[in-house]
Design a protein around this ligand. Structure first.
Ligand code: TIU
Length: 222
């Protein structure tokens, strides 16, 4: 059976069409100055280095006609889907909904909420707008995956220990076979990224597997 060389052991690939690529929150808010990520006090410059690896995976899935799901974290303009607890958390100078250099912070449709141009969607591709960190909460993601008979998910995007890890945990509880792409995900805290990779694959892959982009590509072309 075809497999991806991975940790803690090989990730067996499903039949064609049952594997989807998930690209989490590669939006300007987290990758460029003036957005939500910087408002939280982070150095946003370090995240963009993963982009070429995600582009390679995106192109591979496009070439094969396989499902790609992108997500964006953002809120309705009236903030009706933003819990006060989320807006009030921390002591940021700019809060969700406030006007910032890239439009209103973390509001859907604002310039800062756009996916970075390198990974821009094609017309028929799916973007899930999500109010939370996990992509299954208050979104149609599970229904979409079920309609497409998806059983296996490859995870990329930012940030590793926040939205990516939250989503991978949600997916694992829903029965999906999850693999986190090591060099396709990044954190404002490199040590948190490494800890996340370790905890996902610990205990026999308690939440799933990890592998590099090169390992994924080799497995898919075998
Ligand atoms: N703050 C942080 O690391 N991440 C987020 O707020 N959202 C996502 O990870 N997308």
């Amino acid at each position: 059976m075809p497999a991806i060389t991975a940790q803690p052991y090989p990730y067996a690939l499903p039949a064609a069409g049952k594997l989807a690529l998930v690209i989490i929150d590669m939006q300007r808010d987290f990758l460029e100055p003036g957005g939500f990520g910087e408002a939280l006090g982070n150095d946003v410059s370090q995240l963009r280095a993963i982009t070429p690896n995600i582009q390679t995976l995106q192109q591979t899935f496009r070439d094969r006609g396989w499902l790609i799901i992108q997500t964006v974290e953002g809120h309705q303009a009236d903030l009706s889907d933003c819990p006060p607890a989320k807006r009030d958390r921390g002591q940021a100078a700019l809060k969700i909904g406030d006007p910032g250099p890239m439009g209103r912070i973390l509001v859907l449709g604002e310039p800062g909420n756009a996916i970075i141009p390198e990974l821009a969607l094609k017309a028929d591709e799916i973007v899930i707008e999500k109010p939370g960190k996990g992509a299954f909460y208050a979104t149609p993601l599970q229904a979409i995956l079920q309609h497409r008979s998806i059983t296996h998910l490859l995870f990329t995007g930012v940030t590793t220990e926040v939205c990516v890890q939250s989503t991978m945990r949600e997916a694992n509880d829903r029965g999906y076979e999850c693999l986190l792409v090591e060099d396709g995900t990044a954190s404002y805290f490199p040590e948190f990224k490494q800890a996340t990779l370790a905890m996902m694959r610990a205990q026999g892959g308690i939440f799933g597997w990890t592998a590099t982009t090169a390992q994924v590509l080799a497995g898919l072309s075998a």
